[in-house]
Design a protein around this ligand. Sequence first.
Ligand SMILES: Cc1ncc(COP(=O)(O)O)c(C=O)c1O
Length: 376
Amino acid sequence: MNDLVWLEIKKENLISNIKTLKNLAGSKVLISPCVKANAYGHGLIETAKIFISAGADWLSVNSIEEAKKIRDVGINRPILVIGYVAESELEKILDWDLKIFISNFDYAEKLSMTGKIKNKIAKVHLKIDTGMHRYGVLMAEAEELAKKIKKLPHITIEGLATHFATSDEPLNLSYFNRQLENFKEIVPKIKNLVGNDLIIHCDKSASLLLCRHGLADLVRPGIAAYGYYPSQDVAKLAQEKNIILRPALSFKTKIGQIKKIPENSCVGYGCTCYTKRPTVLATIPVGYYDGYDRKLSNQGYVLVNGQKAPILGRVCMNITIIDITDCGQVIEGDEVVLIGEQGQENITVEQIANWAKTINYEVITRLRESLPRYYI
Ligand SMILES: Cc1ncc(COP(=O)(O)O)c(C=O)c1O
């Protein structure tokens, strides 16, 4: 392999996660995994295909651009665009048969007018703000909005959705329960206005893993589909229930230059590190441009020869310096693992997130889109 930095993605783990989530959702519930943000760093198109082969019914994306990439390769599954769509892009909703969230009338009216010009009916999902206060129509305005949209000729309200703010904090469920109660209150009211065949959805990974509320006709898991739990508390409770997710992704590079330097030598930009002993250094051709966070500077380690090789000094744009003194015989071109297993050792995404003081979501979605990805 000629690549210097690459990702390996285990298909069978992605498939296993989708099957686990489908089982949890139940056979009557549609599963619409989120493939936004380049499929959480896993590669949009290949991952979408793998998810479909594992039983995904719909796909959830953030943007029109992502939806277009999926349609361009001939995937014709229903696509729900869960992010903001500019009014100038409304035509594409109809051209590519996409479904979008709606939370205000002006927007719905413009979509209906576009539908009229194209002689098509747009399928929308009313997004209710049950307490997250991000997108969504406020509870008190939801019925009025549904009534007004229902009168528009070129729109069908196909679904009703909300999004939880704290479902990944299962040790304190009070706010989550409040949002759930709000949603339970609004569902029959909107069904009354629009019809009983509305597709009801509210679950992302955390609530799908832990909460059986029986409301949903569709679920929108993201992080869990890739094998990660949304938080440590969710992981603990899910694993206690024997819900096992399998991370699929490894992040790898190769050893570049090797050299021996004496004790008390400066390493890297800013001389933020001085060697404490005669040290064998290696450079690896990966840096923050690739999504290897600069906050890993002088933090954590990579794996070389199945041993931990600490990061020395600052992570640069395209280069990182590691200490391979204790890694045995190493030569230029040897494989280095940044995320994943080597020998008996394993560096998890959560470990990286911990070092970089962020969350697993950010670590994987930041992986450079143009990195080669191998599906094995
Ligand atoms: C509207 C919506 N639904 C579902 C998800 C998936 O969330 P998770 O990755 O926690 O499952 C997201 C994630 O950002 C979202 O914004």
